[in-house]
Design a protein around this ligand. Structure first.
Ligand SMILES: NC(=O)c1ccc[n+]([C@@H]2O[C@H](COP(=O)([O-])OP(=O)(O)OC[C@H]3O[C@@H](n4cnc5c(N)ncnc54)[C@H](O)[C@@H]3O)[C@@H](O)[C@H]2O)c1
Length: 257
């Protein structure tokens, strides 16, 4: 098993116990890492604090990823407490409900902006803030979460598919930029999992059924499987891997009609 003892990680994207980022946080903590969890609004603070209480000596801080000021304050607070950073998990994504319900051609300028800002640009902003902290540790690992909707059309995924395409391109450009500082940047493309974010996609249960029918492993995946792959990418075993999108989707991405 990967050993993350002595490592410090920042996890952005825990909303509740079903969050993929929470599964990753638990797996990283089990591997020995000390963690910072963030919450984007007062509404979610209680949930995140309750979950964080299950970890050993966590830090819980606010961070709405659309705010450069909050990102700067987060980085400063992490640096004060942790004196550097070894890894960052980026699990933030959002699209307005109208953008997921209406035909794609109706995507509004504002809805496009919000989805791309929260779900893709935030990886750049957080990576920029985290990089100097990682550099002081001799390098680091940044991981984000994406979905096959970046590449293929899934009904109702809409602008989120465009955001994920942008996110995956950001992974490659960030990996090129930060590689010389020994900072790796990767994505996991997860199969569908019932979470808060997934609840916004109408017909989501149907997507789960189709995966079960067609994926090579003939089943859906769960968040712990994403978390195990995440710990590999975050830790020393993944040291040669960067600019990569790894599928944890029971093989669905490889299957044609
Ligand atoms: N659930 C799935 O089927 C699935 C599949 C593939 C990829 N993903 C991706 O995994 C990631 C995590 O999603 P999840 O399914 O665990 O759902 P989730 O709802 O638990 O996580 C989404 C997170 O984004 C956060 N967020 C939204 N707006 C924010 C903002 N302005 N600032 C900071 N944080 C903000 C929410 O607070 C929440 O914690 C997302 O990127 C999602 O697109 C999910």
């Amino acid at each position: 098993m990967t050993d993350l003892s002595g490592k410090c990680g920042l996890v952005v994207g825990v909303a509740n116990k079903r969050s993929i980022s929470w599964a990753i946080a638990q797996a990283a903590a089990q591997a020995g890492a000390r963690l910072v969890l963030t919450y984007p609004s007062a509404r979610l603070e209680g949930n995140v604090r309750e979950l964080a209480a299950k970890l050993d000596d966590p830090l819980v801080l606010p961070c709405d990823v659309t705010s450069d000021q909050q990102i700067a304050e987060l980085a400063a607070a992490v640096d004060r407490d942790f004196d550097g950073l070894d890894f960052l998990v980026h699990g933030a994504a959002f699209a307005r409900q109208a953008e997921l319900d209406n035909p794609f051609v109706q995507t509004s300028r504002e809805g496009f902006h919000v989805a791309l800002d929260v779900s893709a640009y935030s990886l750049i902003a957080l990576s920029r803030a985290a990089a100097p902290l990682m550099e002081r540790r001799g390098g680091g690992s940044i991981l984000t979460l994406t979905y096959l909707g970046s590449d293929r059309v899934f009904k109702n995924y809409n602008v989120m598919g465009v955001a994920k395409a942008a996110l995956e391109a950001c992974v490659r450009y960030l990996a090129a930029d930060l590689g010389p500082r020994n900072i790796r940047v990767n994505a996991i493309s997860a199969g569908p999992i019932k979470t808060l974010a997934a609840a916004g996609i109408s017909g989501f249960s149907n997507i789960l059924n189709v995966y079960r029918e067609r994926a090579p492993l003939a089943r859906n995946i769960d968040a712990s499987e994403v978390a195990d792959a995440a710990v590999f990418l975050l830790g020393p075993a993944g040291r040669g891997v960067t600019a990569e999108t790894i599928f944890v989707d029971a093989g669905f991405h490889a299957v044609g009609f």
